[in-house]
Design a protein around this ligand. Structure first.
Ligand code: ZN
Ligand code: ZN
Length: 388
């Protein structure tokens, strides 16, 4: 608990982030920008509410002004939290109020950058209809690209979230027994997480036992844990705003030879993925390293998702460790962002898995911090096959 209070009380360096973002806007030739994606708003000014728009405007003297537009529910919270931005409580839609503020100082039509991935067609149409002087310019992942590299405060928060989740995993093992429903185990995981200080779960808890372990995204069901077979547990907690993500697969009863081999192959692939992580490596090379091990074991076709993803304020954020192309053939047109290079300070998951329909599945997932000399595995939980 002491760790959590300390972390929550610590003010992150929002002004430095704002300056870095303003520099990016200048490079893009943008004098106005509306941040509408709430994790991005939080990252840039500290406001944790569920609705609001952070507006950037550069005046004639070339200096930047920031304003956070939100609604009456958040009047007090926004004033307490927002760093480096004036707070305005909008009577109507915050986006229109923000646009009017940005366009107000401009005589000519104002070109306002917006986050294309996070604005609906209806919102952008409503905006151009309501504010005559606005010209919208779509942009992609400008804040997300900054967020990929975690600063020391963020790494500390992520570390705390990962540690908490590992303790939850250790504690919940006692509840995994044949006949207990997956839902019951998920409930224990979530209850323990909140009791140990988590603000919430990063995503819907996955508990998939027996034949259901062949589902790569097996949300907990009312099915009972079987007397024999794999059980996949994949969950994450949110602590001080930051997410964790871990998967462990345990086996009920003594595993047969095929199951042991399957587990060993996934573990070997996971370790190969971790081994491949270092500064300057392409994300798809990490995927390739893990996938190669499973192909050699004859299990490649059962590894049906990518090897991992970035984690931070959101459970899935850039960079994605996208799937390497199958076989030796390279695609003629490289996949978008396939040349994303790993940089120090990125936090990613390494989570290969094998899912054999009507048999079962195994996934092992850790979070790692990319460092100059490779990576640091943040998840402390052991990975040897646990037999219950
Ligand atoms: Zn996961
Ligand atoms: Zn994950």
């Amino acid at each position: 608990m002491r760790v959590k209070c300390y972390l929550l009380g610590k003010v992150m360096n929002f002004r430095a982030r704002q300056q870095r973002f303003q520099h990016i806007l200048e490079q893009q030739g943008l004098n106005y920008f509306a941040v509408t994606h709430m994790p991005n708003v939080r990252y840039l000014c500290g406001f944790t509410g569920s609705a609001g728009v952070l507006a950037f405007a550069r005046d004639q003297s070339r200096s930047w002004k920031l304003a956070l537009f939100t609604d009456g529910r958040y009047a007090q919270q926004a004033r307490e939290q927002a760093v480096g931005a004036k707070v305005a409580i909008a009577r109507g839609p915050a986006l229109i109020a923000a646009a009017e503020w940005m366009c107000g100082s401009s005589r000519k039509p104002a070109i306002v950058g917006f986050e294309a991935e996070h604005m609906s067609v209806a919102s952008s149409r409503g905006l151009t209809r309501a504010v005559a002087k606005i010209r919208l310019k779509p942009t992609s992942s400008l804040v997300e690209n900054l967020r990929m590299i975690k600063d020391a405060d963020e790494v500390a928060r992520i570390r705390s979230a990962v540690t908490l989740a590992s303790k939850v995993f250790d504690a919940v093992l006692a509840d995994i027994k044949p006949g207990v429903s997956e839902n019951r185990i998920a409930a224990e995981i979530e209850y323990l997480s909140r009791r140990m200080g988590a603000e919430g779960m990063s995503f819907e808890t996955l508990v998939a036992g027996g034949l259901r372990s062949a589902l790569p995204h097996g949300v907990a069901s009312s099915n009972p844990i079987p007397t024999t077979g794999f059980v996949i547990l994949d969950f994450g907690v949110i602590l001080a705003g930051y997410c964790s993500d871990m998967t462990r697969t345990v086996h009920m009863g003594q595993p047969d030879e095929a199951s042991r081999k399957m587990y060993a192959a996934v573990l070997k692939a996971q370790l190969a993925g971790i081994e491949a992580v270092t500064v300057g490596v392409k994300t798809e090379e990490v995927d390739c390293a893990a996938r190669k091990v499973l192909r050699k074991s004859g299990l490649g076709r059962y590894f049906t998702h990518s090897t991992g993803h970035g984690v931070g304020l959101e459970i899935h954020e850039p960079p994605g460790l996208r799937m390497a192309p199958a076989g030796r053939k390279r695609p003629k047109v490289p996949a978008k962002n396939s040349s994303q290079l790993l940089e120090a300070g990125m936090v990613i998951t390494i989570e290969p898995g094998v899912y054999i329909p009507r048999v079962g599945g195994v996934r092992i997932e850790d979070m790692v911090l990319v460092t100059e000399r490779g990576c640091e595995v943040l998840t402390p939980t052991k990975k040897e096959l646990l037999v219950i």
